[in-house]
Ligand binder design. Structure first.
Ligand code: AMP
Ligand code: GLY
Length: 420
């Protein structure tokens, strides 16, 4: 079987790595892919119609999509119109990620617990509202803003600044409509599930570290590390999440007649009142996927085909009991300005420790692998328990270096504190 993966980051490397383990898969293509993907053929096509032509011409049996942009642009509709099998929600369903107000309306309509929110389309009303409400508040650009459109404002001036930034075009179109939310407190967890519109199967829980610096401080990033499972999601809480989030989600998908054959990611805040949905993504998380898939014992290719074919009721997933930790190695300065093109050493040595090194922002330059992005590598390891997984991941990290490499030293600290 032939598989096409859209994307080229750490998440897509993890998908390619896991899909390649299926005995049924003999060829994987990835667009644009990355140099870490051994045995994967890279395809330099970005236009989605041309990619569908490629999939037809090369008799691709399954297309899997990593990043949100293609999903929101309607890759599922384009591929399905050509008779191609794809694991991706329709363009309409992808609005659950593409528009925060669409997601909020969906959650309200189907009773999913979430923060209270108001939508504003002009700065003056938004400013008047926050002055009346007072901080803390969360200001969110309605559309896609590359993970930068959310400000958790602990003070009124921060909220005002965020509103002004949105309406002055800092996020383009995405910011001309703004959601102002009640600020929730608690521990976050990521719940990622397979959904074919009839059945929903959650994957192992996980937690990512969005802030750049140790102690969960500093600016928000795409994610500096992740671990799975997230101990905050106890067996008891899983029942609540299923009853209050996953099943109502499925009901909503059916009632709205959305073609949801893909991945749903609920970013949750576990508050004193129970889990609340902070956001939906319609794709795998990055770097959560790296920490999750290394624990999956079942055939991912079979599971993704079942999603695409609407046969998810025939799938059962088996997980390793071993926890996993993924530490992201980033370019100095990320998420702000950083240099590219720095030679990386020690990847093979890191892998020799038993860890898996997923590439995120790398490039082949002659016989060297060089940095080519903010998040460069995701060093991922299993362990007998969470402390062991942390130890194994950082042992592998210690093998790798480049000029300006930065990473967090405290990935999984919340899980470690629980076992102390
Ligand atoms: P989002 O892109 O919506 O996931 O938001 C990014 C991050 O902002 C989340 O992971 C949370 O840490 C934080 N956040 C979003 N919404 C809220 C909220 N209502 N209350 C507190 N923190 C939030
Ligand atoms: N790690 C968060 C995300 O993928 O959106």
């Amino acid at each position: 079987m032939k598989v096409l993966i859209i994307g080229g980051g750490g998440r897509e490397h993890a998908l390619a790595w896991k899909i390649a383990q299926s005995p049924k898969v003999d060829k994987i293509y990835c667009t644009p892919g990355n140099p870490g993907m051994k045995g994967v053929e890279t395809v330099p096509i970005t236009n989605l119609n041309e990619l569908a032509d490629f999939a037809v011409a090369n008799k691709i049996d399954l297309t899997m999509v990593g990043p949100e942009a293609s999903l929101i642009a309607g890759v599922a509709d384009i591929f399905r119109a050509r008779g191609l099998r794809i694991c991706a929600p329709s363009k309409e369903a992808a609005q659950l990620e593409g528009s925060k107000s669409y997601a909020k309306d969906f959650m309200r309509k189907y009773g999913l617990p979430t923060a209270e929110a108001q939508l504003f389309t002009d700065a003056a009303s938004a400013l008047a509202y926050v002055r009346c409400k007072g901080a803390p508040l969360v200001v969110k650009a309605d559309g896609l803003a590359a993970g930068k459109g959310v400000t958790v404002a602990m003070t009124l001036p921060e909220a005002e600044e965020a509103i002004n930034a949105c309406f002055s075009g800092a996020f383009g179109e995405a910011g001309y409509s703004v959601l102002i939310e009640e600020c929730l407190f608690g521990e976050e967890a990521s719940i990622i599930a397979l959904c074919d519109g009839k059945t929903i199967i959650p994957l192992a829980s996980s937690q990512d570290h969005k802030r750049a610096y140790d102690g969960d401080t500093g600016p928000n990033t795409g994610g500096m590390g992740a671990y799975s499972p997230a101990p905050v999601v106890t067996d008891e809480l899983w029942k609540v999440i299923d009853a209050q989030v996953l099943q109502p989600f499925l009901k909503g998908v059916q009632a709205e007649k959305l073609d949801f054959r893909g991945i749903i990611y609920a970013g949750l805040m576990i508050t004193a009142q129970g889990p609340k949905v902070l956001e939906f993504n319609v794709r795998f998380g990055d770097p959560e996927t790296q920490a999750i898939l290394i624990r999956l014992e079942s055939d991912l290719f079979d599971a993704l085909c079942a999603v695409a074919d609407g046969k998810l009721d025939q799938i059962q997933l088996k997980w390793s009991a071993k926890p996993a930790v993924c530490v992201v190695l980033a370019s100095g300065g990320y998420p702000g300005h950083y240099e590219k093109g720095r030679a990386i050493s020690g990847i093979a040595e890191a892998e020799a420790t038993g860890a898996v090194v997923f590439h995120a922002g790398t490039k082949q330059s002659g016989d060297k692998i060089v940095t080519n992005g903010g998040r460069v590598l995701g060093v991922t390891a299993l362990g007998d328990d969470i402390s062991d997984a942390v130890k194994n991941a950082y042992k592998a990290v210690a093998c790798i270096s480049w000029d300006g490499m930065e990473y967090r030293k405290d990935i999984a600290h919340r899980a470690l504190e629980r076992v102390k």
